[in-house]
Write a protein of this length. Structure first.
Lengths: 342, 342
DNA sequence: GTTAGCACTCTATCTGAATGAGTGCTAAAC
DNA sequence: GTTTAGCACTCATTCAGATAGAGTGCTAAC
């Protein structure tokens, strides 16, 4: 599609612009050394690249900046990932070495590392409930009317929810029901739990307890997990140092969206396994038109498990971020795998 | 200290400045109507007020703006609180009426209301562990080396922590220990728990289990609550719309601090019961020199329980915010009291 | 096909003048 | 003695016009 030379020039422009955030002119490309042509020749090619939609010109007498299409080409034809600096690698090793017990701690820590290494904003999704199974269930009465339901998953995640006790249900009813659940359904994947309750222990409850309907309602309430995936943000204020967000209006649109965890979950989750890059308007959400979002997935025992992402301006250090995400997602998978064996 | 007229003029200036964020001149004060003197007279008084340290002048030919001391005087001599708008009151009633089961839900919801009503940033501290007592304790092994410890407090708060199982400790050891704790120490205030473990059940454990040292270590690990008070932020992006934070540098200092939950906890907790106003440099932390922080405490069954706060520029609508905080803290106390009775 | 040269365009920057908000001081009026 | 009108003065903001400089597009020569 693009000639060798056009490709080189486009690359050089994107590279320069990522560094400087200023429109790039023909002269500065010529002086870089890696494109050994005169400014005039480069100008001709730049005009062609603009016509093809890879470059844009803020105004007639300015240099060129990459368009979304230009970034896309750059990313798709990028040179193989650069190895990371030694000091960065050290951080990853720490992540694996550190005795972090809970999955959430690993995820949170990874997010902090990611943000501080890239100077962008990191968005990580915690474990997907879908892939974990029930370890333990408990119903603990607090007073006459409310109880707290506690669910522990196979990965040690603890979810709790305060629920109302339906009238007529006694403490011993609740205890018996919880015991039944633990005895029969421990190890069942979370996403099948509700169905299995009806099919396998409904009858049992009916036989032993008076208030079948109420107890089932109570279980239903207890197992509605409000937020099934936790969102961990880090480095949100890194957004402020990007010159493209000097404009407070644009900045606010993005930061506002970062507070909407359900939307974030949706945006990150739409990805399949592996690394994905969404540039500018490739993002579904309006607020991200000036941003690029790069995501990767991490896994536990081979099962896809959660997502880690970096949000920054479209003028992003793609090579560095993709390399970092790749390594970090692997490091996380390594840190998590083999700990909660079947 | 200040004459009647000086006080009136200072009040008018602060009022005007809070509304406009622009230095206010003698003419505009004279035209307001509530200070019936000529601009010249007002100018003289303003010069005096500046000499006394209540006002400042950005430059010679500009109007005056209140100094921290000026704000302080304004707050201390403020007219009695204005009644809130009917629509705002409705929100409070909703808070009380809504069937929010868990304490945390009440706190979180209150934070959202607070931020949206004031257009500032709300910072709320969840229940202080100090004032709750132990309801239930559980140690659940996940695999050979790790277990999850779950603590439920009298208010239904659930804390969990993943801990390493010391070598030699068996599942039945852990179960027995947890049962012992529940039998002997249920109802004991959280802040006395550690001491009581040593004094009351240490011997018991020593008698029944082989690995006394290891078990005590395990309990110790389990009960170290990393973050004892949760911090709920809402409306952080409201900071962006304040003209005093047009300067990204200043903005970043504040937003960065908002991400440091431990520091926030410390800053809010330093207050005693009731409403407190910290203006500009009255805040201990450097990052808040351009901010005012207003806090109030809420309680459960009369016991002081947590703190709610509003952070904004020193040019803050003190009357409105103080009134709102006062009512909301009462509404929260009402919504929480009598639910987890002894 | 490549490049040197040049006219042209457009932004950013600087200058100086005009504007206007606001002050401080003095002297007159109350 | 207190208040106010009047006036000279200060300083930030705004605007227009001039200038510099970066960069382009086109043409013609290599």
């Amino acid at each position: 599609m693009l000639s060798e030379r056009q490709s080189m020039i486009l690359n050089a422009i994107v590279d320069d612009y990522i560094r400087s955030a200023e429109p790039v002119g023909s002269r500065s490309i010529s002086k870089r050394g890696d494109v050994a042509f005169s400014p005039a020749t480069i100008r001709n090619e730049m005009a062609d690249l603009e016509e093809l939609g890879f470059l844009e010109q803020p105004h007639t007498s300015a240099g060129r900046i990459p368009s979304n299409k230009g970034y896309r080409y750059y990313v798709d034809h990028m040179a193989p990932l650069k190895p990371l600096k030694a000091e960065d690698l050290k951080l990853f090793k720490q992540l694996a070495a550190e005795k972090l017990n809970a999955v959430e701690e690993v995820v949170q820590h990874a997010g902090t590392i990611l943000a501080s290494m890239t100077n962008y904003t990191s968005i990580l999704l915690g474990p997907e409930m879908f892939n974990t199974s029930l370890k333990h269930f408990q119903l603990l009465p607090l007073n006459e009317t409310t109880a707290v339901a506690i669910i522990v998953t196979s990965t040690g995640e603890v979810e709790n929810k305060t629920v109302s006790i339906p009238p007529g249900v006694s403490a011993s009813d609740m205890e018996r029901t919880a015991n039944l659940l633990n005895a029969k359904l421990s190890g069942v994947p979370m996403h099948m739990l509700k169905a299995r309750i009806y099919s396998e222990i409904g009858q049992e409850i009916q036989r032993h307890a008076e208030h079948y309907e109420q107890l089932m309602k109570l279980l239903d309430d207890s197992l509605v997990s409000g937020k099934d995936q936790k969102v961990f943000l880090s480095g949100t204020t890194n957004m402020l140092i990007q010159p493209e967000f000097r404009d407070i209006g644009k900045l606010k649109t993005v930061l506002d969206l970062l507070e909407e965890t359900p939307t974030l979950t949706r945006l990150l989750n739409s990805e399949q396994k592996g690394i994905h890059v969404r540039i500018g308007s490739e993002n579904i959400h309006q607020a991200f038109v000036n941003c690029s979002l790069i995501t990767a997935t991490y896994s536990l025992d081979g099962e896809s498990f959660g997502t880690i992402g970096i949000l920054g301006p479209t003028r992003m250090e793609y090579a560095k971020v993709i390399g970092t995400l790749d390594l970090l997602s692997r490091a996380m998978s390594r840190a998590l795998t083999g700990r909660y064996g079947p």
